[in-house]
Design a protein around this ligand. Structure first.
Ligand code: AHR
Length: 503
């Protein structure tokens, strides 16, 4: 039996959690929109064609913000194609995903869908094939109430009230050579600074996210951040990070420690952002928007190959990752890392939300179901709001080929918003040993266990399907904890949500 220890205290408050950490992403990619969130004629579709079964699952996840409409898609998107009468909307070639885009679902539908799903949109502007003027026009259409061309266009399209979209991404992954209209850091820095400045002149209430690096292995990282932020520091509020992990080589011990890399990546972005702060003599601190993150590899190479000579099709099944048990553990560990950096990571979007590298899957004309990764996201979103507590942790280590010595235990402790509960999220990374976790909740007094929720499966490759949920949480009946101190046993390769009554 492995033995680990976690001590935390009421007065050891680290950072408030920004609830936008539990955001997600819908791109015009594959079946995310068409037959994902939007499927007119489906038995579950409402009068607008929005799938109610999918909305119910999204509501269950309590997703505060959804990034839209891309992704790579946005870098060659003309937003005007997707507004106004449907019969006049053009069919377009989407160069990013080599797909036909009917524009049947566009900006106004996205705004209405977001309202129906109880979430807010985070809008990305096209800085690939378009630029400043177009970004300002789009902002005017969305947020302005004036007798001006684009605000009037929105009203003519039947939407008298502005949408009041608060968060705006200045392009997408502009550091990536795969991006339509890819830019050097200097080119991007200029266009981001100028576009952002003009947008804030139109609507000073918005918050802007500049593109950071598309992954920790990008050749231009972290010079990209330094150059972009030094130029655009006054204008932007957040720098983005994107990060996906894989287990291509089947090295599960390393795969489970992927968040070690995420932790280093976040620390380096903070360093680059704070360097720019010093250079620009600014008093403002730039936040991080980790606006794409997940596990992504099961179908990635096949998709890339298939796309090479795919006939032009509407909404083909692309990036439909079927997630297994170990993927859920990696997602849980990534969430723990984000929470530990809650002071700087203010926004995070699980990429994506439905069908495309997603926690929710649908069948065209059929059901909607929860993938394995749904659960760590659900538990974090439900019980990971409030204040992150400092913790003193000791855990035995194991050695893995990618990251060296790594603790078996990954954990974070959260005090709920109403200060009535302390929740510990914990992963036991051991593949074969139980872990006895000794917990000491010092100043919390007579704490007792509310519930210990566990997600695991003996088979690390087990998946969920429309018919059967093989990987689902259970409430452990053998765990007990009273008096603020005690031990909890964590099973091998498990994601645990341990909820305690604080008073
Ligand atoms: O989320 C899928 C894709 O991954 C996005 O379109 C792009 O931004 C990233 O490379």
């Amino acid at each position: 039996m492995l033995k680990a220890r976690l001590v935390t205290d009421k007065d050891m408050r680290k950072a408030a959690v920004d609830n936008r950490l539990y955001s997600s992403f819908i791109e015009h990619l594959g079946r995310a929109v068409y037959s994902g969130i939007y499927e007119p004629g489906h038995p579950e579709a409402d009068e607008n064609g929005f799938r109610r079964d999918v909305i119910d699952l999204i509501r269950e996840l309590k997703v505060p913000v959804v990034r839209y409409p891309g992704g790579n898609f946005v870098s060659c998107y003309r937003w005007e194609d997707g507004v106004g009468p449907r019969e006049r909307r053009p069919m377009r070639l989407d160069a990013a995903w080599r797909t036909l885009e009917s524009n049947a679902f566009g900006l106004d539908e996205a705004a209405l869908w977001a309202k129906t799903a109880g979430t807010d949109l985070m809008m990305a502007v096209n800085l690939g094939t378009r630029g400043l003027q177009d970004a300002v026009n789009l902002l005017e259409y969305c947020n302005i109430d004036a007798p001006s061309k684009y605000a009037a266009m929105r009203k003519e399209n039947g939407h008298s009230d502005p949408y009041g979209i608060k968060l705006w991404c200045l392009g997408n992954e502009m550091d990536g050579t795969w991006q339509t209209g890819h830019k050097t850091p200097q080119e991007y820095a200029r266009i981001a600074a100028e576009t952002g400045r003009a947008m804030k002149r139109i609507d000073p209430s918005i918050e802007l996210v500049a593109c950071g690096s598309s992954g920790s292995s990008m050749r231009t990282f972290p010079e990209w951040e330094r150059i972009v932020l030094t130029e655009a520091y006054d204008t932007v509020d957040y720098i983005s990070m994107h990060q996906y992990y894989d287990n291509y080589d089947g090295d599960t011990s390393s795969f489970l420690a992927s968040n070690v890399d995420l932790d280093r990546f976040i620390r380096s972005v903070i360093t680059a952002a704070d360097y720019a702060k010093a250079v620009t003599r600014s008093s403002k601190t730039i936040g991080i928007s980790l606006d794409e993150w997940n596990v992504w590899y099961h179908v990635r190479r096949e998709d890339e190959k298939a796309m090479e000579d795919m006939p032009w099709t509407e909404a083909p099944p692309l990036c439909e990752e079927i997630y297994n048990t170990e993927d859920a553990l990696v997602v849980g560990c990534m969430l723990i890392t984000m929470l530990r950096h809650a002071e700087r990571v203010r926004i995070a979007c699980m990429a994506q939300l439905v069908n495309v590298i997603a926690p929710i899957m649908t069948r065209r004309g059929g059901g909607a179901w929860r993938q394995t990764i749904f659960y760590p996201f659900l538990h974090s979103s439900l019980y990971g709001r409030g204040t992150v507590l400092e913790e003193a942790v000791s855990s035995p280590l194991y050695s893995c080929s990618k990251y060296g010595d790594v603790p078996y235990l990954e954990s974070v402790a959260i005090l709920s918003e109403d200060e009535e509960e302390v929740t510990i999220f914990a992963v036991n990374r051991s593949l074969d040993e139980d872990m006895e976790l000794s917990v000491d909740l010092r100043g919390f007094g007579d704490c007792s266990l509310i519930e210990h929720i566990e997600l695991r499966n003996d088979d690390l490759k087990a998946i969920n399907t429309e018919e059967k949920e093989n990987v689902r949480p259970i409430v452990r009946t053998d765990s007990s904890f009273t008096g603020g101190r005690g031990t909890i046993v964590l099973h091998p390769a498990s994601w645990n949500t341990i909820r305690m009554k604080a008073r």
